[in-house]
Design a protein around this ligand. Structure first.
Ligand code: PLP
Length: 352
């Protein structure tokens, strides 16, 4: 089956017909000195910074800077209130509640399932293989005529590994719907982003975020990269002012500090590899899975017990032991060098 991607076929009818909200800022874009078109407070805002005007609905300044950094035209970028908004918009644009379905590859990021449930969209699961790679046969078997989206998280949360590029491309080449590749942890990976492949695959949507390597989780800025037609759908469906002015300004400022971010990425990867080696020497650790992310999936002798003992010492990790293929596993974010020493000391005291 070769990919016969047709965006119009895939969209929900109501979205195809949708007349998007037209804001005051959409209807007049030129220069003027008196703005009496948006019912804002004309006197100002009770803050040192002027926040009384609605922000740019399409966040062009941020997108132009991102375009330079990512090597992709700004028209191929969507910004959401976190990647979570991009995920939700995908469901609302493409999946008919109660009729359509999506394919997930667990164990993976929990928001795909939550978003599917919120939108009343059936989930079909193609569990990863024992080495946490795609089970291509299971994916093929899960797809039917109503499958609209396949989510692939690479590097995957919580397993930490990158998904083989050939396998992702196999899915892209053989599925008529949209393949969402979530690259939230791509900055920490040996594997390269698929952004350069966007021109080759009209059905590819790549998610990234400023929440992880960029250190801006509190600002809530997620990115989607896709063909212009798909980005236009995102823009039609999203709330008009989904990224607030403060977040836009701070993101733009942060994007100027790329050297700091790159230095942190390098240090995080070094600390990750040190932490992995140190954890492997502990008797309570059965296995540390290879990581392409800023966290480690660690199989332990007693996940619940170790989790609780760490909490007693004020150290919080993520207990993933109830998750498919992750029995006994804790997910541990790489900390600062001092935090990693503290974690290791705590784990040694538990082992004793
Ligand atoms: C953390 C994470 C995100 C980020 O979500 P935001 O809403 O952008 O903060 C997205 N995908 C995965 C797999 C994650 O682990």
């Amino acid at each position: 089956m070769d990919c016969m991607f047709d965006l119009n076929n895939l969209l929900r009818d109501n979205i195809k017909r949708l007349v998007p909200y037209s804001s005051a800022r959409d209807e007049f874009k030129g220069e003027a000195s008196v703005f009496l078109d948006a019912n804002e407070n004309s006197f100002g805002s009770p803050l040192p910074v002027a926040y009384h005007r609605y922000p740019d609905p399409l966040q062009w300044k941020v997108k132009y800077r991102l375009a330079e950094i990512k090597g992709v035209p700004p028209q191929n970028i969507f910004l959401g209130n976190g990647s979570d908004e991009a995920i939700d918009v995908l469901f609302r644009a493409f999946c008919r509640p109660g009729i359509d379905n999506v394919v997930l590859c667990p164990p993976t990021y929990g928001m795909y399932e939550v978003s599917a449930n919120i939108n009343d969209v059936t989930i079909r699961k193609a569990t990863l293989t024992a080495d946490f790679q795609l089970d291509l046969e299971a994916i093929e078997a899960a797809i039917d005529g109503n499958t609209k989206l396949i989510f692939i998280c690479s590097p995957n949360n919580p397993t930490a590994n990158a998904i083989r590029k050939e396998d992702i491309e196999m899915v892209l080449n053989n599925f008529d719907g949209i393949v969402v590749v979530d690259e939230a942890y791509i900055n920490f990976s040996k594997q390269k982003t698929l952004i350069q492949e966007l021109t080759e695959y009209p059905n590819l949507v790549i998610l990234q975020t400023l929440s992880k390597a960029w250190g801006l989780a509190a600002l809530r800025i997620g990115m989607a990269f896709a063909g212009e037609d798909i980005i236009n759908v995102f823009n039609k469906v999203k709330p008009p002012y989904n990224i607030n002015q403060a977040s836009q300004e701070l993101a733009l400022e942060a994007l100027g500090n790329i050297d700091q971010v790159n230095a942190w990425i390098k240090e995080t990867v070094q600390e990750r590899d040190k932490l992995e080696a140190a954890l492997q020497t502990l008797p309570i650790v059965e296995k540390v899975y290879p990581s392409d992310a800023n966290f480690l999936l660690v199989k332990t002798t007693d996940a619940n017990g170790i989790y609780n003992r760490l909490v007693e010492q004020g150290i919080i990790v993520r207990n993933r032991s109830k998750v498919e293929l992750c029995a006994g596993c804790l997910r541990i974010t790489v900390g600062t060098p001092a935090e990693n020493v503290e974690l290791l000391n705590a784990l040694k005291s538990i082992a004793a």
